[in-house]
Design a protein around this ligand. Structure first.
Ligand SMILES: Cc1cc2nc3c(=O)[nH]c(=O)nc-3n(C[C@H](O)[C@H](O)[C@H](O)COP(=O)(O)OP(=O)(O)OC[C@H]3O[C@@H](n4cnc5c(N)ncnc54)[C@H](O)[C@@H]3O)c2cc1C
Length: 370
């Protein structure tokens, strides 16, 4: 067996080539054992419940609806638990594993808190265990129709449309795809990102981290520990009180010692190719800069929700829904997971969003006869 250096997966040695020197009877055996061309099974496009989004919540909803005997299809525009896949490569969850569990499948980890990799493994195994019908790389673009008879169009990786029909819809589309914007000149430069992956590309460069919550704090520390010169800018007077108790003092001590430079009560005024201008209480400061990480949060796709007729309430853009069944103002369309909190994305996490599946399934049980 050979080991692939890229993926670590095992590769079988290459099959020997058939040559004219090979005895005829051996050639026959090879031909007979060659894999037969497979025809793709016709995909079912009609279902009781169609779930949009295969995040932890979407998966929990699928499991609970399946448990009461309903046919369920999950459409996911990326890979399984796509948001978690795009989280920082070396991240460790804040939450202990049992609080991330869905479908009563235990999640055990060697350390107190799971890593991103362990979480990806866990949700893969759960999807496999329940044989969930998750159709990855299918991006839902439109939902039309009415309770009991919805038509949904999704496009695949090649942009080909696929039409589904369903009695009920559960929207569990999360918030990680749309970043909050600074709205300043230079934000569109390629050196600016609203997502932090891993520290290596930033080694020996000047990085500005914008924000004062967990994501900004974690990125600033990780970058500094891997050889970047880090400046932190936050518009408040201090780090947010939500920053975890094991992260906050670490960062505060780095700031106190001058290892990480920090500007509080300050905001970025402009981003240039090689510099940034920060408005500080002492006046504008111009800094040499290679990269900007704007860790200022994310928000649900409000336009997508509105396109289905879901109303959003007041300033916080919470979808109008029954707080118990989570059925929205559009009969037959349910909302689940972090989107239920609108712009208050720190109110619902995996820890509490995972229970939305049970709430919705209880209502589906009353309304659909499995
Ligand atoms: C860095 C970081 C660390 C975190 N740590 C924790 C933690 O320790 N504990 C905790 O409980 N929470 C944590 N959270 C929050 C948690 O990850 C989210 O609250 C959670 O993922 C929300 O789950 P969800 O299923 O509602 O949405 P998501 O996980 O975002 O899933 C939504 C899915 O819908 C898909 N999708 C979106 N639009 C469409 C469409 N039109 N068609 C098809 N698919 C679509 C997306 O690709 C995505 O896979 C963390 C968040 C971040 C950013």
């Amino acid at each position: 067996m050979l080991e692939s250096s890229v993926s670590g997966t095992r590769l079988e040695p290459l099959a020997p080539q058939l040559t004219p020197l090979m005895p005829e009877f051996l050639a026959d055996i090879e031909l007979e054992t060659a894999p037969k061309a497979k025809t793709l099974a016709e995909r079912e496009m009609r279902t009781d419940v169609l779930i949009i989004g295969a995040g932890p919540t979407g998966l929990a909803c699928a499991i609970e609806a399946q448990k009461i005997g309903l046919k369920v299809i999950v459409l996911e525009k990326g890979c399984l638990v796509n948001s978690l896949f795009h989280y920082p490569a070396n991240m460790v969850f804040f939450t202990t594993p049992e609080l991330l569990e869905i479908g009563d499948i235990p999640f055990t980890t060697a350390q107190q808190k799971p890593t991103r990799e362990e979480a990806l493994e866990y949700y893969r195994k759960v999807a496999e265990h329940y044989a969930l019908d998750v159709r990855q790389y299918e991006w839902v673009k439109t939902v039309v129709g009415e309770d009991g008879d919805f038509s949904i169009t999704a496009t695949d990786r090649a942009g080909r449309p696929h039409d589904y029909h369903t009695k009920k819809v559960i929207v569990a589309t999360g918030y990680y795809d749309l970043s909050n914007k600074l709205g300043i000149p230079g934000e569109e430069l390629p050196k600016v990102s609203h997502y932090y992956g891993e520290p290596h590309p930033y080694y020996d460069t000047d990085v500005l981290v914008i924000g004062g919550k967990n994501s900004a704090a974690i990125a600033a520390l990780d970058l500094w520990r891997h050889g970047a010169r880090v400046t932190l800018v936050h518009r408040e007077a201090q780090l947010h009180h939500h920053v975890k108790y094991w992260i906050k003092p670490d960062l505060e001590n780095r700031i106190k010692s001058g290892e990480i430079e920090a500007y509080f009560n300050s905001w970025v005024q402009e981003i240039g190719v090689d510099h940034v201008v920060i408005n500080t209480p002492r006046g504008p400061v111009r800094l040499k800069n290679d990269f900007v990480l704007a860790m200022i949060g994310y928000h649900p796709d409000y336009d997508f929700l509105r396109s289905m007729g879901i109303e959003l309430s007041g300033q916080q853009n919470r979808p109008v829904c029954d707080p118990v069944s989570l059925e929205s103002n559009v009969k037959g369309i349910y909302v689940a997971g972090v989107i239920v909190a609108g712009s208050r994305t720190n109110e619902i996490f995996i820890e509490n969003g995972r229970f939305h599946g049970k709430q919705i399934a209880a209502d589906l049980k009353l309304k659909l006869k499995p």
